[in-house]
Structure formats: structure tokens, C-alpha cells
Design a protein around this ligand. Sequence first.
Ligand code: FEO
Length: 422
Amino acid sequence: MRSLIGPDGPVALAEGVHWIGALDPDLRSFDVIVRTANGTSYNAYAVRGSGGVAIIDTVKAEFAGAFFARLEAVARYDEIRFIVLNHLEPDHTGALPELLRRAPQAQVLLSPRGLPLLRALLRDDFGRYDIRPVTTGETASLGDCALEFFTTPYVHWPDTQCTWFARQRILFTCDLFGSHFCDARLFNDEAGDFRLAFEHYFDRIMRPFRSFVTEALDLLEPLDFALIAPSHGPILRTNPRDYLQRTRALAKARLGAGPEKALLVIYVSAYGATAGLAQAIHDGAEQEPGVRAALFDLEGAEIAPLLDLIEAADGIALGSPTINGDAVRRIWDLMAALAEIELRGKLGAAFGSYGWSGEAVRMIETRLQGLKLRLPEPGLRVRLHPSAEELAEGQDFGRRLAAHLCGRAPARVLDAPEAAAG
Ligand code: FEO
């Protein structure tokens, strides 16, 4: 077993293929938003054929020294024929400008959507290098072997792609199948138990793009891979297909949706007024055939499991009273967490009781629009406790939302929130 401090040099994955990445055991937060209790690694690889060497991804800039030392142990810079960029986030391209200075003859291979990022990264040097966009099915010859590319957008950014090395049946997937789990033993059959890290990584990095993940899995699954080489965490050489299947399961909706459209009415209430409105909206939605509504008081709910429900639902109506000119904290916490799940195509709506100014409903609408939900109805606001007429209006609001869910109401999407009423 290798030292826990880390391998000093490159590590062979197969004949002609080496790990030349870097370990970052002290990282505790990735991209600001992902907690990384186990640190992470920036895996980069060198692939050698009779016609030269390909470097697949690089490392975060601070770790360039370790990357170049490992690279120099397996190849000379003038042997580098290709630099493959599976993804251009800085944790994989930090060492790229210097690598290009050392190997200016190398052709850079990336997805077409990576081009604007590469231009921004290299700035005035962009025009100096041989840059070739590649898409699914295109190859790059290393003489007696070749790399093949698969365009897999949004695993994690729009630019992402995967690279297949058929000779050794290795699939280089960058963020896909990664884990933020730094273990110097490098391989999944030697590293510590990283199941939590693997699933946490999926939840925080891939989950908002799970339909794209499924498309990528469909594209990659037919490949007869013996090893998956991601750019974070353990290299998957034992039972690699298990990780594909686990990722496929994670990418599925967490709860089976029934034949009816699901509307979740979620609220916080200070004095029961917003709660009354929520009940009316729920009851109104229930009257519409083909819709199943559910009511949640956020005061008594954990946010994480609620995200599973929201992801599986067709629409959400969020209610908050206005307190100190704002929506209440629990609603903001929920709306912040909504960025972690896929919301495309879902219906959104806002409602709430207020005393003086009533900004909360507009604020919720603005946030839901920012998350790309469609808002077919202007939010419903009621001063203090709803009257019988206002409860009836709430029921009608719920009925209209349900009708929109079933495609029975005229589309009237709000493009931009109006200024808050006083
Ligand atoms: Fe590991 Fe999306 O960067």
C-alpha cells in the first residue's frame, strides 16, 4: 500500500496510461457551496501511443508544481501531441496556460461549448495555439491507438465531455463519477469508504442536471469500459459499472410520480392567516380533476426530504407572511436549497398574508422566476386574516393553478415581477 501522504510520482493505471494529478487533502469547501470533509483530488492523466502523448485535464493552479513533476516523470513536453480538456472549470484548467507555454505544439481538444471559456482563460494567447473543437464520435490519433470523444453537456457545466481510450478500455469522465474524497491510495478498491462522498458529490454537483446526467449515461453505458477515471476522488477500477448504475439510480426522480399532477402547497404562518390561505389553495387545487395537492407547514418540515418531493412534483406554491418587509427565514432557506435540484418546467406560485407592506409575495415570485419556474398566475396577497371572500379567492387561485398544471388554463406567464405594492 502506498503512503497516505501521497504518491511522489505518477501512478500507472494501465500500460501507457498514468495518473499525474494532485491531492488536496485540506480542502473543506469546494466552489464555496460543497463541503469537503475528506478534501479532494484533481486527477489528470497522461496517455501514450506510438505517435505521442495526450494529457487529459490538468489541475487547480496551486497544485501545478506536483502536476508538472509527475508529468515530467512520464513524458517530455515535446512529446505532447494533444491536451484534452474534458471540462474547463478552474480546478481542471489551472495549470493549462503554463502547460501550453511548455508544450506550444500540442493541439487542444475540447467541446465546442468550451471555446468561449478557453478564450477567456487564455485571452491574448488564444490565437497562438492549435485549438480543435470535437464532438461525439470524433477521434484523435496517437499513432497505434486513439482517443474518442463523447459530448456530455452539463455534467457539470455546458462544456463537459468524456474521453474514451479503447485500447485500455478506460473512460475519462472529469466531474462525472467523481467524489470529493482525497485518498492517496487512489483506486476505489484501496481507498477508504467513500460512498457518502460519492453520493454527496452527486447531490451537490450533478443533481441540478440529472436529466443531462441520464443522457450522458445512456451515451456512455454501451462502452465496454474496464476502468472509469474521473477527475476527482478514487479511480474506479473495481466494478466500475456499479458506479454508473448507482449514478443512474441517483439521477432518477426520488419518488415515483403518480398519474396525477402533483402540486405542493408549502407555507410558513405567523398568526394562522397564511396557513388559512394555504389550506384554501390546497382545497381549491384538489377540486380540479387530475391534480393531487399536498400541504406542508414548513415550520414542521426538514428541508432536505422536502427537496425530493419538490423535485418529483409538477408545481409548488410557496406562502409566507411579510415580516419586517421580507419573507420569513424558513422560506428563504427553502428557496436557497432549490438551486440544488432540477426545476425545469415546473409551475411556481406565491401567496401570503401581510399587515402593512406585503413584499414577501413579490420576493418569492422573483426568486422562483430566477430559478426558471413558470409563474402563470400573479401571487395572491391578503391583508391580515383572510375573509370568507378571500378564502374563496384562495380556492379559486388553487383551482387555476391546478388547471394550469393540466394544461386547461390559458398560459399567462409573468415575465417580470411588478414593483411591490405598499
Ligand atoms: Fe471539477 Fe466542475 O469542476
